[in-house]
Design a protein around this ligand. Structure first.
Ligand SMILES: [Mn+2]
Length: 301
């Protein structure tokens, strides 16, 4: 039996023939706590080779959609901005081929590059981030492209931004939440004043219907960014910045199903797995999440 080193161990597929493309981004240039998220993509791909192809909750095999695994991207380390721009370039390449991009991180800062690429194709884009942290800092450790600034960079593009699952925030960010921060778009963006919505993790624990909390801030086209520290460290301990009090696999899956039913999720990333820790349950969790989302966002043809 042969299992290729591709996502889900699938036979290599050229981008032209795929419906879904996996872009592994091995980057952790600005990680503050425990470095090692650059090894996240390879750990997810390794674990994914042991997935069952039939997804019992979807009722089909997402592998049938045609999933291409692209070579791992090791971005330019000269400046954090260069890394973000490189991600933008590669995601643009995938979108131009009309293929659904799935970006594997790597640290969260790479999302800014992916979102830039999506926004050029989908002017009515909104971004939904699942994250324990709001990442709203203007600058951190000398760069505006730090992982702790990613949602701020997205808002500056003029894109409505929703962050849910937050349970750790610096006091300087609190004034941004009430009334919610609204930033004019830079560089002639068409999104108008971008709106911010932050939902605390505690709120998600109180309420079953998560979508009703955020749907007003979502548009027709949604880019989804999942920082794995959204989940409780009891389920996914191997992340760059673990934070107690997170959410679980089951309720999050129920939400993601509803989200994909009501909105067009045009691409997603799963970031912040600390692959350097080689924690099999976390890696497998991440690979299962990626595979499930591929199936939820791309209807069986
Ligand atoms: Mn985070």
């Amino acid at each position: 039996m042969e299992i290729p080193y591709t996502f889900a161990g699938l036979p290599p597929l050229p981008l032209e023939k795929a419906r879904v493309a996996i872009l592994p981004v091995a980057y952790d240039g600005t990680t503050s706590y425990q470095a090692g998220t650059r090894f996240g993509p390879q750990e997810i791909i390794l674990a994914s080779r042991f997935l069952e192809m039939y997804d019992e909750s979807l009722g089909f095999e997402p592998s049938d959609l045609g999933i291409a695994t692209l070579p791992e991207l090791w971005p330019d380390l000269s400046r954090p901005e260069a890394a973000v721009n490189e991600v933008e370039k590669y995601v643009t390449k995938i979108l131009k081929k009309r293929v659904f991009p799935v970006i594997l991180g790597g640290e969260h800062s790479i999302t800014a590059g992916a979102v830039k690429a999506f926004y050029k194709i989908y002017p009515k884009l909104s971004v939904l981030t699942l994250d324990a942290h709001a990442d709203l800092r203007e600058t951190y450790q000398g760069t505006r492209y730090n992982h702790a600034c990613v949602s701020r960079r997205i808002m500056e593009m003029g894109i409505p931004t929703t962050i849910m699952g937050v349970r750790c925030i610096p006091s300087e960010d609190l004034p941004l939440l009430s009334p919610p921060l609204s930033l004019p778009p830079r560089g002639g963006g068409v999104g108008g004043g971008a709106k911010l919505k932050v939902i605390w993790a505690e709120k998600l624990k109180e309420k079953k219907d998560w979508l009703s909390l955020i749907s007003a801030n979502l548009t027709e086209y949604v880019y989804l960014s999942i920082d794995l520290d959204f989940f409780d460290p009891a389920e996914v301990p191997a992340v760059g910045t673990p934070e107690p009090g997170g959410l679980g696999w089951s309720e999050t899956n129920r939400f993601l199903r509803r989200l994909a039913q009501k909105h067009r999720v045009v691409g997603f990333d799963v970031v912040e797995l600390n692959g350097g820790l080689h924690h099999t349950p976390s890696s497998y969790f991440a690979s299962r999440l990626v595979y499930r989302l591929i199936g939820l966002c791309n209807k069986k043809s």
